[in-house]
Ligand binder design. Sequence first.
Ligand code: NAD
Length: 396
Amino acid sequence: MIVKPRIRGFICTTAHPDGCAANVQTQIEYVQGQGEISSGELKNVLVLGCSGGYGLACRVVSAFGCNANTLGVSFEKQPEEKRTASAGWYNNIAFEAAAAEKGLYAKSLDGDAFSDEMREQVIDTIKADLGKIDLVVYSLASPVRPHPRTGELHRSTIKPLGEALNIKSVHVDRGEVIEVNLDPATEEETANTVAVMGGEDWEFWIEALVQADVLAEGCRSIAFTYIGTELTWPIYWEGTLGQAKIDLDRACRANSERMAGIGGSARVAVLKAIVSQASSAIPVVPLYVALLFKVMKEQGCHEDIIAHIHRMFATQLSTGAEPRLDDDGRIRMDNIELTEEVQREVLKRWPLVNTANLDELGDLTGFREDFLKIFGFGFPGVDYEADVDPTLGRAV
Ligand code: NAD
């Protein structure tokens, strides 16, 4: 079939098999171009949420920058004869093939990472194939979480707390700067968001892995957060998502205690705003990101996903690195996004930006390009008119 992007709201329902492979390959080539990262102790890495966004970048840097074996977990849509799979399904296959070529172990388990069954499957795989894990990357982002112990299905909500919010955003498809009205979350909506995006599941993972004795001496675990600035605080840090991320900080301390017996530790890393499936769905964020990208590109300090994660491994997780921590013990990777020069300029443009000057003040084009790349569209060298087999010849 000929695969074209089909966009529905915040997602693209198609993914290009060759384009996804090109996406993975581009990231690998970036990492290889930077030279090896000194990280002898990172032999086996477990990535929860390995198939896209920050998780995929962590997997690429682990394997191609640190020579680590990787076990990944993600939740994918299988292809059919006339329907493409999710982008992550193609990304995992492309990643595994490239890792195998380099002689590295890489296995991806497809299923619900929130379930206890998946935890068992991961533990069995570690015991059979790897022995012990040196780094656990927790990079799940999901709108729903079936609770493994209560059976309840929690749904997250992206809303402010306390008062209704009227705030600028952008309609990405139409390229229009708009105002959005968001009602405040109820207590139940906030609790559900914490249940989905908070730290309980990360705790369940570390608890199970420690109990099964599959974490190596000195093992580390890392999960990701976003803090942002006064422009995004009302919808992010001061909203339902912020409550979930505060819970992630709590879980981090609990996980560090759990890992103390093996000389290990857990950390939350504050990452920069990028375009991902998860972040595209958050109101305000696409407009902020469009302005941010334009300013960071103009000032020559823009980083894409892979550059950002490579910097995190190279400067914060490598052998002997002294992590740049804030007062709450989080690794701050958002230091470039938050520099005064960048933020002063973004803040100056925010009240001025409108539909007519969006291209001049912001980089919506770059936002759209990055969004399409998540699904494998827009890579040079890929023939988007060619007939492709969405199943890649595999039995489905
Ligand atoms: P993403 O949507 O690109 O990737 C999420 C991954 O989780 C995918 O591999 C997906 O398959 C997997 N996943 C989702 N539900 C699953 C389930 N039930 N079982 C197994 N796998 C599942 O997300 P992202 O933007 O890379 O976000 C990852 C983390 O980084 C989140 O904690 C997010 O808050 C944080 N973060 C994101 C940004 C940003 O701008 N995107 C900035 C800072 C921090």
